[in-house]
Design a protein around this ligand. Structure first.
Ligand code: UTP
Length: 297
């Protein structure tokens, strides 16, 4: 077992309906939080966890994502000629040279489980990571969420799923787990259910968009029939995996922003702007003014 996750999958073939009309042409994952698109925050987290193969599961409307990871020849030449080397470095850092992007098509949005299954031909054996980029997680104190989970998987074996407590009234929006605590922040999962109503939810511990999965999940996904919403649910295949191997729920260090919602997206942007060395002070001033109703527009 190694702490390094060689392959990380990004299922990004959803329709992004909650951000229409912004996402009619621009993929949700290309929306920026400060100066980086969501997809790059996610790929940076994967590279930090050791990945050298990034598998993007896309549809025909996600061309901008492959463009983002492609070489921008003219732009790079111009930056080089005008000696704007810091900007050139930023462009190069989008994808470190040892990292290979792979693009796989999910022709029809048949659910998250189906999207993960589409990635199978590009995934090496052993454990692999999955990141849902609209679950934006930032950890200022140490390694990113996926690197933390890779370390847990290296110790525990099996599969590891990121969780966090949510308001009981919101259990119907998430996969919910229950199980036996192994140590602080780590639990062996006994059951997992997709979007239970609060009155039947086994706990308020919600699955969020980070997974370290054993490749056995692919065989289980192949056998998974459409579940909630007529989609092939990753949760259902994970429920089947529970009977075969240890699957742990891990309460990661860091803060998650649900950038699939307008509130979460604006919250993340605001937080990063407040923390930013260049504009943080101006942001605080602006917020204070807005709070006092001092600005008219
Ligand atoms: P969401 O439930 O957030 O759906 O999918 P969505 O399409 O991205 O956004 P809304 O709800 O319409 O606004 C969770 C993750 O699963 C991926 C999405 O791209 C997102 O990263 N997904 C979902 C797929 O890749 N394929 C699917 O068939 C469904």
């Amino acid at each position: 077992m190694s702490e390094r996750l060689k392959t990380v999958v990004f299922p990004v073939a959803g329709l992004g309906t909650r951000f229409l009309p912004a996402t009619k042409v621009v993929p949700k994952e290309m929306l920026p939080v400060m100066d980086k698109p969501l997809i790059q925050w996610a790929s940076d987290e994967a590279v930090e966890a050791g990945a050298d193969t990034l598998v993007f599961v896309v549809n025909r409307n996600k061309r901008a994502i492959s463009d983002h990871y492609d070489q921008a020849f003219e732009l790079e030449q111009r930056l080089e000629r005008s000696n704007k080397l810091e900007l050139l470095q930023i462009v190069h850092d989008v994808l470190p040279s040892h990292v290979r992007p792979v693009f796989v098509l999910q022709s029809e949005a048949r659910g998250l489980g189906h999207a993960v299954l589409c990635a199978q031909p590009a995934v090496a054996s052993g454990a692999f990571g999955v990141i849902l980029p609209d679950d934006f997680i930032i950890n200022r104190q140490g390694p990113g969420a996926l690197a933390q989970m890779a370390a847990v998987q290296a110790r525990q074996g099996g599969s590891v799923i990121a969780v966090e407590p949510v308001d009981w009234k919101d259990t119907g929006k998430y996969g919910i787990v229950s199980g036996t605590e192994l140590s602080q922040g780590l639990m062996r999962i006994d059951s997992i259910v997709e979007k239970p109503r609060p009155d039947v939810a086994p706990s308020n511990l919600a699955v969020v968009g980070r997974y370290v999965l054993d490749t056995r999940i692919f065989e289980l996904l192949e056998q998974t029939r459409p579940g909630a919403g007529g989609e092939i649910q990753l949760t259902d295949a994970i429920a089947a995996l529970l009977g075969e191997q240890s699957v742990c729920a891990y309460r990661f260090e860091g803060v998650r922003y649900d950038c699939g919602t307008k509130f979460g997206y604006v919250h993340a942007t605001l937080k990063l702007a407040l923390d930013d060395a260049e504009i943080g002070d101006d942001m605080r001033r602006l917020l204070a003014e807005l709070h006092e109703g001092a600005t008219s527009d």
